[in-house]
Unconditional design. Structure first.
Length: 287
């Protein structure tokens, strides 16, 4: 599932290709993927893409000051950039035709095999109705975010595991299963710890581990384990730097102990029992 580094990579790959381009047409091949909340069918036609932003795992295209196209890739959503009229592939759901000044038409195809991905067209004042976006926590790579803020936000989830709290998106935005496990390993903190039990020092290690992992993954253009590619069909390479995710039973890269596996928040969670120790009184007990 695309997480912050993958969505950021899609954004970076698309920005030079479609920033300033004019949307000529949005074609829906599959109903139920595009939600137009403006009430106007062709509202995006003629609009210029004036900005590409990311918030958590959401990609936001500014179409002038009063209209947004927001995409959430969920499990398997992808954007495919084409400079020739696109051939139809199975699981292509939405096609945007754009015009760039001086270069002719280009196309952006939204492709999604599992079909959980969504696109919304809405006004800025409607963003608050998109619950997943409205309640997002701060961006983990924002230099303004400090570890005491992180510790306080985690304390609002005092009775859940640290893993579950980091996956919730309301504490910090953009982490999924891969980068949560990698972050906690780098920070040397056990994922079964209670979210409200971190000391200031541990919160500092958590934030710096998170920022190191996410920045390294953005630099590596994301993790391509299954089907993730950017808008130019380029795979990421962070899968070659993974320390714990997908490595249960294999030796820890730091101490050689076999990595342990458990299930938290419904997700497989891998950690090193030696580098990420836990005391029983600090553990989430599964209720
Ligand atoms: Zn270890």
């Amino acid at each position: 599932m695309p997480e912050l580094p993958e969505v950021e990579t899609v954004r970076i790959s698309l920005e030079p290709l479609i920033l300033g381009a004019q949307i000529m047409e949005i074609r829906e091949l599959t109903p139920g993927v595009l939600y137009n909340w403006t009430g106007q069918p062709a509202v995006a036609s003629g609009r210029i893409v004036s900005g590409l932003r990311r918030r958590g795992k959401y990609l936001l295209l500014d179409l002038g000051p009063d209209l947004l196209l927001i995409a959430h890739l969920r499990m398997t959503g992808q954007f495919r950039y084409e400079e020739q009229p696109p051939e139809w592939h199975k699981h292509d759901h939405i096609i945007l035709r754009l015009e760039k000044s001086g270069t002719g038409p280009v196309w952006l195809v939204f492709h999604d095999t599992r079909r959980f991905g969504r696109i919304w067209l809405l006004r800025p004042e409607q963003v608050g109705q998109l619950a997943g976006l409205a309640f997002l926590g701060p961006e983990p790579l924002d230099p303004q975010l400090d570890s005491e803020t992180l510790r306080q936000r985690l304390s609002h989830h005092a009775r859940t595991s640290l893993k579950a709290a980091l996956l919730a998106q309301t504490v910090v935005a953009g982490l999924g299963n891969i980068y949560t496990d990698e972050t906690l390993f780098l920070a040397g903190i056990n994922p079964q710890r209670l979210a409200g039990s971190l000391s200031p020092d541990e919160a500092g290690r958590l934030l710096s581990g998170m920022q190191k992992v996410l920045q390294a993954a953005v630099n590596a253009r994301g993790t391509s384990i299954k089907d993730y590619v950017d808008a130019l069909n380029v795979r990421g390479s962070f899968q070659y730097q993974l320390q714990v995710y997908g490595r249960a039973g294999q030796p820890c890269t730091q101490c050689g102990t076999a990595l342990a596996k458990t299930r938290l928040a419904g997700r497989t969670t891998v950690y090193c029992p030696r580098c990420q120790p836990i005391s029983i009184k600090m553990a989430w007990t599964g209720q």
